[in-house]
Write a protein that binds this ligand. Structure first.
Ligand SMILES: [Zn+2]
Length: 113
């Protein structure tokens, strides 16, 4: 493989476009592209060898999700999913929560009869 040169076209993963895009080499280190510029969004970034960055697991989002789950089910979200499943069954059985979610069918039936 020949050495990269400034301005060369090169494929790389663009974090802004979130995909492998055409890039131009804007910086070279040891005959290898060090920095590239996306030809689509014109953002500069380190050459990633076409590798996407690892997906970020947002701990705050996970905590928020568990908070909401706890509010809905009234059960603290733990490593075991049994309490959550029980709560879901209670909701399905019509514990007052489901009536609020789907009142339309009942009203239609009443109007017909
Ligand atoms: Zn881009």
């Amino acid at each position: 493989m020949r050495a990269a040169r400034l301005g060369d076209d090169i494929d790389d993963f663009c974090v802004k476009c979130k995909r492998v895009m055409n890039h131009s080499v804007v910086s070279i280190l040891n005959d290898e592209p060090a920095k590239v510029r996306c030809r689509t969004c014109h953002s500069d970034h380190d050459f990633r060898h076409e590798q996407a960055p690892p997906p970020k697991v947002d701990p705050r989002k996970a905590a928020l999700f568990n908070q909401v789950l706890e509010k809905v089910t009234g059960v603290p979200a733990g490593p075991e999913d049994a309490p959550v499943a029980e709560a879901a069954e209670a909701v399905e059985a019509g514990a007052g929560v489901s009536a609020e979610a789907a009142p339309a069918p009942k009203a239609k039936k009443k109007a017909k009869a």
